[in-house]
Design a protein around this ligand. Structure first.
Ligand code: DX5
Ligand code: ZN
Length: 216
């Protein structure tokens, strides 16, 4: 079954605790936390306090997406704060191996995120180090952007790469950005196992209906 991970970036910021409780009650599988530093992305969002707030208000696994220029520093900080998954961007880390290992040592499952035009070949040497791959369906920065259609083919290519692994590993394949009831069926068919959704889910009047429409 597809894992649905609503991004609380699109929740009402004045009522974050209630929004987290409501999205869990509506059937979310994970919570997706978008961390932006104002350097890797033009936008700024949350510090590690968001992990503590989410843990206080939910039992769901926390999927932390670091869009920061210094994942070597912030990866372990978010892992130690209690995130279950900590994903960093391949475009941000000159020492990827070290950064992924540091996240694992700090107690979280490491993930690797790729921007829409980043070559998939970057994944080749990383399989043994990863629990999650995040393919961006938009350029990182904001919720509510249009889905980039080439993402569908990129998902299919990574699913094939995973199926061809000589040493098979269960690595989750997540799509983040532009996920809606229009794009979800294509992405699931292409092989996505985790779907992040911000604006589609949080703009809906019925959160549980919106989550169901992505899952089915
Ligand atoms: C984009 C973020 C996404 C975003 C998704 O920079 O990483 O997680 O919040 O939002 P939607 O689903 O609205 O594209
Ligand atoms: Zn994200």
């Amino acid at each position: 079954m597809t894992i649905i991970a609503p991004s609380i970036l699109s929740a009402d910021p004045g009522r974050l605790a209630e929004e987290i409780q409501a999205i869990e009650a509506a059937g979310a599988d994970w919570l997706h936390l978008d961390i932006m530093d104002g350097h890797f992305t033009p936008n700024l969002t949350f510090g590690p306090w968001i992990v503590e707030l989410a843990k206080k208000n939910s039992k769901l696994p926390l999927d932390t997406h670091l869009m920061v220029t210094d994942p070597m520093t912030y990866g372990p900080i978010f892992a130690k704060a209690g995130a279950d998954f900590v994903s960093i961007h391949v475009e941000s880390a000159p020492h990827l191996h070290r950064a992924l290992e540091a996240i694992q040592k700090a107690g979280a499952k490491p993930g690797l995120a790729l921007n829409p035009l980043t070559p998939l070949a970057f994944l080749e040497p990383t399989w043994d180090l990863l629990d999650l791959i995040v393919l961006m369906g938009v350029n990182p920065g904001w919720a509510g952007q249009s889905f980039i259609p080439q993402t569908e083919d990129r998902v299919a290519q990574v699913a094939q790469m995973l199926a061809n692994l000589k040493k098979p590993r269960s690595i989750l394949l997540e799509v983040d950005g532009g996920v809606s009831n229009q794009t979800a069926p294509l992405l699931k068919k292409a092989g996505a196992t985790v779907l992040v959704s911000g604006s589609y889910v949080f703009k809906a009047s019925d959160y549980s209906q919106a989550i169901l429409s992505l899952r089915d």
